[in-house]
Design a protein around this ligand. Structure first.
Ligand SMILES: NC(=O)c1ccc[n+]([C@@H]2O[C@H](COP(=O)([O-])OP(=O)(O)OC[C@H]3O[C@@H](n4cnc5c(N)ncnc54)[C@H](O)[C@@H]3O)[C@@H](O)[C@H]2O)c1
Length: 509
């Protein structure tokens, strides 16, 4: 699967393309350079001596030769997809992202460099304006587009990568996290040389999405086995792990085999842990199916299981080989699960993406209609943090925003409140506390509460819930570290600070 960067001249396709290729550890190809090499002359010379139509023919030939190339980032010429044939070809070969900018910015950029663009020779500003007008409908027809006005190149590159939904993680293991379609899974696994597959899923997913995944894999020549385990947190235990280990043995999995985890956080935690421990570690791949698992559980390499004594008490850091998140799988997710997952998305917005927070505040209907954008943005926040601090020695603790109070509230509710619901309450309470101690701007808690409410999430501790019990659960956490609890508290939308709190009564007030 290739990544194609397209758009008018001057949008920085080559510069951004090179940076994305470096980030994703992929080769970079500049289509115009390949054309010049093939033709043995520069593009202005081809245009001048042979005319635009010969140039366009060359473009089509060179483009089609890319079919045999391995996964690459490819910068296309500004008119390369005007031919329907070329467009259909690149869309069948990967993701196309259109870079756009206003005329003035394009003019400034092109004016700085050496202008060897024959279509813009002469009065460049006028030529650019007319080129953009002529192609406006064409460029607007690309669904994945990013405006790259005047920002520093690293900022624009990050924006493009978030829009692409493709990241390479290397702080703990090396793997790609891709937002795409399950139909692409076979190709993605073949490219990564993964083989001898087994699909682990739960009893709900086996009815809803397992067949799609199996068909896609069979289409790429894979024959795979399937293991189904019961759904639900109550099955995230050692018995389920033992079922997986035995099934791996029965199916003859060896150290070269790969486990595909298709499901929510329970399935990825269990499959990841079983993979980490079977024969001292085999490959695993995540295909998350809940919002929570797409933006949180499948990323970061934490795997594990519950004991009767508590959640997630046993586990290991064991990163997958690939994560493929397909937002269309969320269409079957019960609404309550989607809403619950949104608490983590809002949390990610508060931590470092104010635009994501603003999008969330538009409410549940907007979110439902724009799941792909929501997933891409929220994933990017988590990835940035875990890449900086994979083993939770510092800033990864920011992801605990809302969780210190939320976790206690979830426990006291005896899990009647979903995790996300408890986190929503926790985030609002912690924001109120941050305001009281003067580190957050006034009104921040109300702003967060309004967004949580717009998504259908609760914002206050249920009346009947005993406050002392919540505090005593937080105190148990405190004893574990034998000192103050480190809270991740919001300072403003887009900024969170880690603060040591000793007096827990003050938090709930
Ligand atoms: N490893 C980590 O870093 C990490 C982070 C956060 C949470 N977690 C763990 O994740 C777990 C919670 O994950 P979860 O919320 O995804 O729960 P889950 O895996 O239990 O899934 C929730 C329910 O939704 C069903 N479901 C899943 N996808 C569906 C779909 N597309 N359509 C219809 N139904 C679907 C499942 O069968 C299940 O019944 C907890 O155990 C938590 O500890 C782990």
């Amino acid at each position: 699967m290739h990544i194609f960067l397209y758009g008018p001249p001057g949008t920085g396709k080559s510069t951004i393309g090179k940076l994305i290729a470096r980030n994703l550890k992929l080769p970079f190809i500049d289509l115009d350079c390949v054309i010049e090499t093939e033709a043995g002359m520069s593009i202005p010379q081809i245009m001048e001596q042979q005319g635009e139509s010969v140039f366009r023919d060359l473009e089509t030939t060179v483009l089609k030769n890319l079919a045999g190339e391995k996964e690459s980032v490819i910068a296309l010429g500004g008119g390369a997809l005007l031919r329907e044939e070329n467009r259909a070809f690149v869309e069948s070969q990967g993701k196309v992202v259109l870079l756009m900018s206003d005329v003035e910015t394009l003019f400034q950029r092109l004016n700085e460099g050496s202008n060897n663009r024959p279509l813009l020779a002469g009065d460049m500003r006028a030529k650019l304006t007319s080129l953009l007008e002529k192609r406006s409908e064409h460029y607007a027809s690309f669904p994945l587009n990013v405006h790259v006005n005047g920002n520093p190149i690293e900022h624009n590159t990050h924006k493009v990568q978030v829009a692409l939904g493709w990241h390479h993680l290397s702080a703990m293991g090396e793997y790609d996290a891709v937002v795409g379609r399950v139909e692409q899974i076979g190709e993605l696994l073949l490219t990564r040389g993964l083989q001898n597959l087994i699909l682990v899923t739960d009893e709900n997913m086996v009815k809803l999405h397992a067949e799609k995944v199996m068909t896609a894999l069979q289409g790429s020549g894979y024959q795979l086995k399937l293991i189904t385990i019961p759904a639900g947190e109550q099955h995230k235990n050692l018995e389920s792990v033992a079922v997986l280990w035995r099934s791996f043995l029965e199916h003859g999995l060896d150290r070269e085999s790969s486990v595909i985890a298709l499901g929510g956080g329970v399935i990825s935690d269990l499959s990841g842990f079983a993979s980490a421990t079977y024969m001292r570690g085999i490959n695993w791949i995540g295909i998350p199916t809940t919002l929570l698992s797409m933006v949180d559980a499948s990323l970061g390499g934490k795997t594990g299981l519950d004991l009767p004594e508590g959640k997630n008490l046993i586990g290991s850091f064991y990163p997958p080989k690939l994560v493929l998140a397909d937002p269309s799988l969320l269409l079957t997710l019960p609404e309550a699960e989607l809403i619950s997952g949104m608490a983590e998305v809002v949390k990610h917005g508060i931590i470092s993406d104010p635009e994501l927070f603003e999008l969330c505040s538009r409410g549940l209907n907007w979110v439902k209609a724009n799941l792909e954008e929501v997933v891409k943005r929220a994933m990017a926040v988590k990835i940035k943090i875990i890449e900086e601090d994979p083993y939770e020695r510092g800033i990864r603790a920011k992801l605990n925003l809302g969780h210190t109070v939320g976790h206690a509230v979830e426990l006291v509710s005896r899990f009647k409140l979903r995790h996300g619901e408890a986190v929503a309450i926790g985030t609002v309470i912690e924001a109120k506390y941050a305001e009281r101690i003067g580190i957050a701007s006034k009104g921040l808690a109300d702003e967060i509460a309004a967004t949580m409410s717009a998504l259908g999430l609760p914002i206050s501790i249920p009346e009947e819930m005993p406050r002392e019990e919540i505090i005593s659960i937080m105190k148990v956490d405190k004893k574990k570290t034998a000192k103050a609890i480190r809270f991740a508290l919001p300072v403003e939308i887009g900024k969170v600070e880690l603060v040591e709190v000793t007096d827990l009564e003050d938090v709930l007030e």
